[in-house]
Design a binder for this molecule. Structure first.
Ligand SMILES: [Zn+2]
Length: 174
C-alpha cells in the first residue's frame, strides 16, 4: 500500500531516489518526509500437545472462515513474545508458555497490499481450556497428517505448518 500524501503536512508525495538509497521512495517536496514502507510485525503461537497443533478459524476478513495460526499484530511497545502470548490469550482464553521460536515468515495481508513479518513460537498450555474469543469463531486440534488444506494466508502458512511438522518429528525422536 503506497501512501499518496504526506502524513505530516498533507502534500502530495513524489517518487525520488534519495542519495545513498538503493530504491525510490515517496518523498514530501514540502517538508522532506520520506514514506518508508516496511512489513508490519505480527506474532503468533502454535500451541502443541500430544503431537497436535491448536488452530483458529477466522471470524474476520481477510480469509473469513479459514483456519489460521493464533496470533495478530504487535503493538509498538511490546516484544514479539509478549504479543504472541497476549494474542493467544485474547483469542483462546489460554495462558501459554513459549517453548521456542519456530521461524519468521513474510506475507501480504489479504488484498490490502501491505506486507507482514510473522514471528511464530511453539507453545504449551499452562492454564485454561481453549475457547474462541475475539476475531476467532472456532478452535480445534490438528495432527500433522490431518492439517486443514484451506488455510488463511496461504503464501506463508503452509511453510509454517511444514516447519511445525518437522519440529514435531524432531522432538518425538528425543
Ligand atoms: Zn510533508
Amino acid at each position: 500500500m503506497v501512501p499518496r500524501f504526506c502524513v505530516q503536512c498533507g502534500q502530495m508525495l513524489h517518487e525520488r531516489l534519495l542519495p545513498g538509497d538503493h530504491r525510490a521512495r515517496r518523498v514530501c517536496p514540502a517538508c522532506g518526509y520520506v514514506a518508508y514502507e516496511n512489513a508490519k510485525p505480527c506474532a503468533g503461537v502454535l500451541p502443541t500437545q500430544d503431537g497436535q497443533v491448536l488452530l483458529a478459524r477466522r471470524a474476520v476478513e481477510p480469509y473469513f472462515g479459514r483456519w489460521d495460526i493464533i496470533g495478530g499484530f504487535m503493538e509498538h511497545d511490546e516484544t514479539p513474545e509478549e504479543a504472541a502470548l497476549r494474542e493467544a490469550n485474547e483469542e483462546t482464553g489460554l495462558t501459554l508458555a513459549l517453548d521456542g521460536l519456530l521461524g519468521v515468515y513474510h506475507d501480504v495481508y489479504g488484498s490490502s497490499g501491505y506486507s507482514t513479518l510473522n514471528v511464530y513460537y511453539i507453545a504449551r498450555i499452562v492454564a485454561g481450556a481453549p475457547r474462541p474469543y475475539d476475531d476467532v469463531s472456532e478452535l480445534a486440534w490438528f495432527p500433522q497428517d490431518k492439517l486443514p488444506t484451506e488455510m488463511a494466508f496461504p503464501h506463508h502458512i503452509h511453510q509454517v505448518l511444514a516447519d511445525w511438522s518437522r519440529w514435531i518429528r524432531r522432538s518425538a525422536n528425543h
